[in-house]
Design a protein around this ligand. Sequence first.
Ligand code: NAD
Length: 248
Amino acid sequence: MLKGKVAIVTGAGSGIGRGIALRFAKEGADIVIPDLNLEGAQNTAKEIEALGRNSLVIKMDVSNSSDVDRMVTETINNFGKIDILVNNAGIFIQKPLLETTEADWDKVLDINLKGAFLCSKRVVKEMLKRGGGKIINLASVAGQVGFANSSAYCASKGGVINLTREMALELAPKNINVNAIGPGSIETPMTREMLADPAIKQMLLGVTPFGRIGQPEDIANAASFLASGESNFVNGITLFVDGGWLTQ
Ligand code: NAD
């Protein structure tokens, strides 16, 4: 249970982030929803308020350090503390290597990898004042094995997995757990286009021994564990929630 906790879930205006935010709210946490997409964030906030919890919507870009500063200042002004940070905001650009531009590369790395670094760095300062906290990064199976036509994405998620290990090592003596979740194929707006193509959907089902596409709730179950006291001795791991994709 997360009663009385304050959690920031970046990118909670959609998909997996929304699923995690709603699960945390059901467990009693108040939720900060930083997202570029204001409308999505406001919709999530309405669902959180309907669950009887407080929420705070912040329109911001995780790759911009002054936005990240503002996110933390507004959170502290409203809730006074941060117990949990979920670095979930991310983008996926699917292009063959030779068509991937320098701008594509920079954008994916800036949001998926630098964003996690900037948010963690700023939030850790607040966690240190209160003697600990939990950080959960969204990685991917594509950070562990190659996934064709997504060079920048694979590089960013591989980076997230090793950034998680590094931060776990550095922050354990400060009572901060840092872990990652590596989703397989999950049905969200990010994957809508891919899953609408029957051939791609079949390929994704084919690499998933459980034979189904995952749901945001599958990831929220893992996030709930990693945010709770049940995982106090778990540090630096990437928990793959992939229906068995990586067993092959
Ligand atoms: P999504 O596109 O449904 O949601 C992503 C959210 O992040 C959106 O609300 C978007 O507005 C927000 N966002 C994007 N850039 C941002 C920025 N610069 N600043 C703030 N917010 C920003 O995607 P999703 O499928 O829910 O993915 C969530 C996370 O899970 C991502 O990190 C993604 O890489 C990872 N993931 C997803 C899958 C999957 O199959 N869906 C698989 C592996 C990993």
